[in-house]
Design a protein around this ligand. Structure first.
Ligand code: ADP
Length: 282
């Protein structure tokens, strides 16, 4: 798997005006990496992730997944959002299988054996996440952390090339959040998957990722590409290690720096407005 993000740039148009969310941004991600997009609120992290997911069109630039241009969503990318996106009327196992069944209905070429494999995979993922006993439970019977585990299992049932996560633990209490972080490390090792994970939490980025892309304030651009110098076996005590705390301080200082070169982006912004699609009026 190879993801190439080339000169991605985004201007949003809304009734209140134009927002230059993302300055030209380029990076590549290879198989097995766990990349965190880290930056202050509103710097274009989700914008970048949504463009990779094919859920939003960039104003300029392009995204290639294994050499193919991303033109919309696809089962090769799984997405997990901050707000739990489960169907309230489906139980846990049906929620987990939902995206596969949707695909299977659209693409009728799926064989019975493939369907059975996917059902087995959904159950195995739920077991890995400690949810076997809740397969028949409805979302309203689950805690926030459990709902988010189901959302992750659902995103993984199609065996996507890339798992995209938009502040997935942002709404959880701190203890559940730590449990979920450890579960993500386990999943990353077990499923040997590639993850792009949006967060504004420096500690979370350092603890989870193999690599951190630090974004400047809006219009966001990458100001640092940091390889996390910790092995893949991580446990909570790492957060107290001197090297971890040193990097945490360094990244916090970096995030506090104001945006520079706004004049240049101001000129660019004026040009980009002419290329920006206006929202359709209802
Ligand atoms: P982040 O994920 O880093 O917090 P976002 O990518 O969500 O930032 O947003 C970047 C900027 O673009 C913010 O100022 C946000 O308000 C603006 N923005 C995001 N989505 C839209 C939209 N659909 N319409 C208008 N402005 C948007």
């Amino acid at each position: 798997m190879k993801l190439e993000v080339r000169d991605l740039e985004k201007v949003y148009a809304s009734r209140s005006g134009f927002t230059h969310a993302l300055a030209p941004t380029s990076f590549e991600v290879s198989s097995g990496e766990f990349v965190c997009l880290l930056g202050p609120s509103g710097c274009g992290k989700s914008t970048t992730l949504f463009a990779i997911a094919g859920l939003d069109e960039p104003t300029r630039g392009e995204i290639l997944l294994d050499g193919q241009r991303v033109r919309g969503p696809g089962r090769d990318r799984g997405m997990v959002f901050q707000n739990y996106t489960l169907f309230p009327w489906l139980n846990v196992i049906d929620n987990t299988r939902f995206s596969f069944e949707l695909e299977a209905n659209i693409d009728r070429s799926s064989t019975c054996a493939e369907v059975m494999t996917q059902i087995g995979r959904a159950s195995a993922l739920l077991e890995l996440m400690g949810l076997s006993a809740f397969e028949r439970a409805l979302p309203r019977e689950l805690s926030g952390g459990m709902k988010q585990r189901v959302a992750i299992a659902r995103a993984l049932t199609n065996q996507p090339k890339l798992l995209l996560m938009d502040e997935p633990f942002g709404a959880l209490d701190s203890q559940t959040r730590e449990e979920m972080q450890d579960m993500m490390l386990l999943l990353h090792a077990h499923e040997t998957m590639t993850v792009i994970f949006v967060t504004h939490d420096v500690e979370e980025a350092l603890y989870l990722s193999t690599r951190i892309l630090v974004f400047s304030p809006r219009p966001g651009c990458i100001v640092r590409d940091l390889a996390a110098p910790f092995g893949m076996h991580r446990e909570p005590a790492l957060k107290l290690a001197p090297e971890f705390m040193r990097l945490k301080r360094e990244l916090l200082d970096l995030l506090r720096q104001p945006r520079t070169g706004d004049g240049h982006h101001g000129d660019r912004f004026r040009k980009l407005i002419t290329e920006t699609k206006l929202p359709s009026t209802p």
